[in-house]
Design a protein around this ligand. Structure first.
Ligand code: ZN
Length: 150
């Protein structure tokens, strides 16, 4: 699928993450793991996280398959997680969710989050918004599961 209406720069960044996913090595003994899929598109994502001895993320693993949007989003997410606490990660997720759902349309709202801002172009393709949010919603479920066992 081509995204001809996406800004060329955004498209290049998305395709770069899709072709060269970051943190794709699976963590064998993660503290937190989550996986799930988006049946509308056939996307699958698995995420692993390990902490640094405090509550900050040290290592991230991500594996998956599916469309370029879902996989690029997971790769971008993985890069953002390192050094963050779960609370900080959930706060980013909330901002991203609002932006993707059109509740927060301020163009600067994702600027602090690296390549994440390129995904706001996906809002023009409502059916692909689920793809962009997949990794984040899977991780959110994983965090809730993890919290419930603390
Ligand atoms: Zn997809």
């Amino acid at each position: 699928m081509q995204f001809e209406e996406l800004d060329d720069l955004y498209q290049d960044i998305i395709l770069d993450h899709y072709r060269n996913p970051r943190n794709s090595a699976k963590l064998e003994e993660p503290h937190l793991k989550a996986e799930g899929n988006n049946p509308f598109c056939g996307d699958e994502v698995a995420v692993q996280i390990s902490f640094d001895g405090t509550d900050h993320v040290r290592e991230v693993g991500y594996q998956g398959r599916g469309c370029s949007i879902s996989q690029a989003s997971a790769s971008i997410m993985g890069e953002l997680l390192k050094g963050k606490t779960l609370k900080e990660i959930q706060a980013i997720h909330r901002v991203f969710l609002d932006v993707m759902q059109g509740k927060n349309t301020g163009d600067s709202s994702l600027e602090d989050f690296g390549d994440l801002q390129v995904l706001k172009g996906v809002r023009k393709f409502p059916i692909r918004i689920k793809c962009a949010l997949l990794a984040w919603s899977i991780l959110e479920d994983g965090i809730k599961e993890y919290d419930s066992h603390l």
